[in-house]
Design a protein around this ligand. Structure first.
Ligand code: PBG
Ligand code: ZN
Length: 331
């Protein structure tokens, strides 16, 4: 028998033709991996968000109707943000506790319509406070900015309101210490033991939220959020935040932003067995749109590639403003 002479391996063999490439692809995105953010307003007409092409603030009625329609393209997970007009804002964000707040009305409406969807409610005060920070201010201490424990009391109330209105999941995004325990306690006391908590556990103070603040009208009147959101120069701090949120009863955890924090997503995936959500944020969305508008890249291909990257890093679920388009683009 002739001696076997091994040839150098030819990786291109498995790239020959689309059928074989599809067969050996090991990462896939399914519609149920996607969570679409929606901004709801008490205005009568949809208000386009300039820095986020394709995104509008929706009147409550329109939002409820859209959610019904989006189930037809296979989207079943939504996260709601409220847009509050200036005259309803105050120092503690009391309007968040009102059944009239657009988020609460949308939740109630979706439940009335009987849509079989998972409704997630973002839980924070920056959309409701006149100063735009994520909680109650601590005026005498400019370094701390937001009073942690007073904000916890408010979060307890707001979480209960959202559950009452019909949220399946509440998603505290304000990065207050102890917020998961406080909210779990409040929900349980009010017999909302079935309502899940999606913890924004690993949330960095990022410039990539700027278009969102345009969308949610949540710009701060002064200062920044570095006193409560995480510092991107610290590479290990996520372990502390993650551990605390798990101990306190988080059902799911989030890393945010996503595409610029793939290393963090990957590490959190290894460290924790809970469902992991990654938030592809407004600035990451806006950047792709801006480049596509210039004709510098193809929006569909760039958005797909980015979403695959987030998935490949280890995210189970992805919050993305591209959810509707992706639901058509994925096979
Ligand atoms: C509010 C909140 C923000 C985002 C989600 N919830 C803004 C912020 O923390 O400043 C950002 C979402 C995005 O940029 O798409 N706490
Ligand atoms: Zn906030």
């Amino acid at each position: 028998m002739d001696q076997y002479h091994p040839q150098p391996k030819r990786p291109r063999r498995l790239r020959r033709g689309v059928t074989l490439r599809d067969a050996v692809a090991d990462i896939s995105i399914k519609r149920d991996d996607l969570i679409l953010p929606l901004f709801v307003t008490d205005k009568d007409d949809p208000q386009p968000v300039e820095s986020m092409p394709g995104v509008s603030q929706l009147p409550v009625k329109t939002a409820i109707q859209s959610i019904g329609e989006l189930t037809d393209v296979g989207l079943r997970q939504f996260i709601l943000f409220g847009v509050t007009s200036a005259e309803k804002k105050d120092p503690t964000g009391r309007f968040a506790l009102s059944a009239d707040a657009p988020v609460n009305q949308t939740l109630a409406g979706v439940r009335d319509m009987g849509h079989d969807v998972t409704m997630i409610a973002d839980l924070c005060f920056c959309e409701y406070t006149d100063h735009g920070h994520c909680g109650v201010l601590l005026p005498d201490d400019p370094k701390t900015v937001v009073d942690n424990d007073q904000t916890l009391d408010q979060l307890r109330l707001a979480a209960t309101c959202l559950a009452q209105a019909g949220a399946d999941v509440v998603a505290p995004s304000g990065m207050m210490d102890g917020q998961i325990q406080a909210i779990r306690g409040a929900l349980d006391e009010a017999s909302f033991t079935q309502v899940c908590i999606l913890a924004y556990s690993v949330k960095y103070a990022s410039s990539l939220y700027d278009p969102f603040r345009d969308a949610g009208q949540g710009s701060m009147q002064f200062g920044d959020r570095k006193g409560y959101q995480m510092d991107f120069r610290r590479s290990r701090e996520w372990q502390t935040e993650l551990q605390l949120d798990i101990e306190q009863g988080a059902d799911m955890v989030m890393v945010k932003p996503a595409a610029t924090y793939l290393d963090i997503i990957h590490q959190v995936r290894q460290a924790c067995h809970l469902p992991l959500v990654a938030y592809h944020v407004s600035g990451e969305y806006a950047m792709l749109h801006a480049a596509a508008r210039q004709g510098w890249l193809d929006l569909k291909h760039a958005a797909l590639e980015t979403t695959y990257a987030i998935k490949r890093a280890g995210a189970d679920l992805i919050v993305t403003y591209f959810a509707k388009e992706l639901s058509k683009w994925i096979r």
